[in-house]
Design a protein around this ligand. Structure first.
Ligand SMILES: Nc1nc(C(F)(F)F)ncc1COP(=O)(O)OP(=O)(O)O
Ligand SMILES: [Mg+2]
Length: 215
């Protein structure tokens, strides 16, 4: 279940969108995303009631189409919305504490190496987000690029961990990311910046699912 949900994981906030985020999400859902993460951060990000209201509207769209809705960083917002889960990084609220606060909601943790994967599993994370795999334009404080070899290294030591790769992944690189051992790709600009979002999402979905089926 989790490994399917991670197949095409759309991560977005208002700052990533050149048009209405609600329309962007509608088109991405139409194109076949399997999970959505509300990540409202960076220069110009919404805060307070505006952020809450946008999250609520995006969540409504996901709920209507049974797409899991995950909140990035903001545990209080995730709990207030009764979101399906929360994603935290190494510098956010400790995963162990988040797990205590959210019960059996989905918990995702950002990781950059095998040590952090093991720590996330010890905190009972449901999945790990590994990256940045390639250079990214969506995260101004991104750590050093991990590359495909880190996916292979982690998969070799943690055969079953649900792992989604993130960071600069495009239509051209999605196949090699799955072949390296990821259960899915997390994308921001590959969908947000597409001229035709639904068609681009469909292409990403087809590449990922075909490559996963080829095994
Ligand atoms: N939002 C994310 N989602 C994933 C996903 F799982 F979707 F691949 N992986 C990593 C991140 C990065 O989260 P962010 O809050 O920007 O940075 P940090 O990890 O430093 O907290
Ligand atoms: Mg974070």
């Amino acid at each position: 279940m989790m490994k399917h949900m991670l197949s095409l994981y759309f991560v977005m906030g208002s700052v990533d969108c050149t048009k209405n985020p609600l329309v962007v999400l509608d088109e991405a859902i139409e194109g076949g995303i399997t999970m959505f993460q509300f990540r409202e951060k960076g220069k110009g990000a919404l805060t307070g009631l505006e952020k809450y209201r946008l999250a609520e509207q995006l969540f409504e769209r996901c709920r209507a189409r049974n797409i899991p809705f995950i909140v990035n960083d903001d545990v209080d917002l995730a709990l207030a919305l009764q979101a399906d889960g929360i994603h935290v990084g190494q510098e956010d609220e400790a995963a162990e504490r988040v797990r205590d606060r959210i019960g059996n909601k989905y918990l995702g943790v950002s990781v950059h190496n095998l040590t952090e994967v093991k720590k996330a599993l010890a905190a009972h994370a449901d999945y790990v987000g590994l990256g940045p795999i390639f250079p990214t334009v969506s995260k101004d404080d991104a750590k050093q690029v991990c590359g495909l070899t880190m996916i292979e290294h982690i998969r070799a030591h943690e055969k079953h961990v649900p792992l989604v790769a993130i960071g600069g992944i495009t239509e051209q690189t999605a196949e090699q990311v799955i072949k390296a051992g990821a259960d899915g790709i997390a994308v921001i600009s590959a969908i947000c910046r597409a001229e035709h979002i639904c068609e681009q999402t469909k292409r990403l979905y087809e590449i990922v699912m075909r490559t996963k089926q080829e095994g």
